[in-house]
Design a binder for this molecule. Structure first.
Ligand SMILES: Nc1ncnc2c1ncn2[C@@H]1O[C@H](COP(=O)(O)OP(=O)(O)OP(=O)(O)O)[C@@H](O)[C@H]1O
Length: 245
């Protein structure tokens, strides 16, 4: 299932990040290998979004390194962002444009040319029904907007996905479809880091889970070769909050 022996693509190396004088990430260390799905799990305010933003170069670490595909994010911002597809919690596409128009617009911004057939193939790959391709996104569900954003990432040939709470607000069918899609992307060699507070969802899809508490990694869990990470085990660790949390 996972490619544990594969090369490291995403690395948080002793990252310390301060925001307004407060330590939000404290010596955070984890690695994600090529083809792996890693879920960074934590409660509200644990530092999940801050971790993603730091890996994208929006936060400058006080110390430590954010490394993407062997390059320090701070030193290679343009190259890192080209390789990376970041999906915020609410996919940032234009509601008044159709799915196809959104894709064409964002590809043109990135100076990428794709044929209509290639765009339609990407829609099929992510499971977006053909009768919705020419509809404005304001008529889309969250799951459909997310599929459109993933189709864009596929067309950009971005091999690294950073996903912020990707399943929040999705119904169970859309969650299953999403899990299947990310599993297929990972099997095809994509590296996926998702942040979430959903223990069950993380256990369903992740090869490994890192448990984040107050900016520190307090545990890691790995799926067995032919199975899933034990939800109860992770839930018990997640629930061990500190008295003043
Ligand atoms: N711009 C900011 N100004 C002040 N504090 C901030 C800022 N950004 C983050 N923080 C603080 O840093 C901590 C971590 O925030 P972060 O958004 O990374 O957490 P999170 O794990 O993503 O939480 P949630 O699940 O609630 O989205 C929180 O205590 C938050 O209040």
């Amino acid at each position: 299932m996972t490619s544990r022996q594969n090369k490291t693509v995403i690395e948080s190396q002793s990252l310390c990040v301060q925001i307004k004088g407060i330590s939000v990430l404290k010596d955070l260390n984890f690695k994600v290998g090529k083809g792996e799905i890693y879920a960074l799990l934590g409660g509200n305010g644990a530092g999940k979004s801050t971790t993603l933003k730091t890996l994208l170069g929006f936060n400058k670490p006080k110390s430590g390194l954010a490394i993407i595909d062997g390059e320090s994010v701070g030193d290679a911002l343009v190259s890192v962002r080209k390789k990376t597809a970041y999906l915020p919690e609410n996919a940032s596409l234009y509601p008044h444009l159709t799915a196809k128009e959104n894709i064409e617009y964002f590809l043109s911004l990135a100076d990428i040319k794709k044929s209509n057939d290639e765009i339609e193939s990407a829609f099929k790959l992510v499971g977006l029904q053909s009768d919705s391709w020419d509809r404005q996104l304001l008529t889309y569900s969250k799951g459909m907007r997310q599929k459109t954003a993933i189709a864009l990432a596929v067309l950009r040939e971005a091999p690294i996905f950073l996903l912020d709470e990707p399943t929040s607000g999705l119904d169970p069918v859309a969650i299953d479809e999403f899990n299947q899609l990310v599993t297929e992307l990972a099997s095809a060699g994509a590296t996926i880091l998702m942040v979430t507070h959903d223990v069950y969802g993380a256990c369903q899809v992740a090869d490994r889970i890192g448990l984040l508490r107050r900016g520190e990694l307090v545990g890691e869990f790995e799926a067995p070769d032919e199975g899933r990470i034990d939800t109860e085990l992770v839930h018990a660790a997640f629930a061990q909050r500190q008295p003043n949390e």
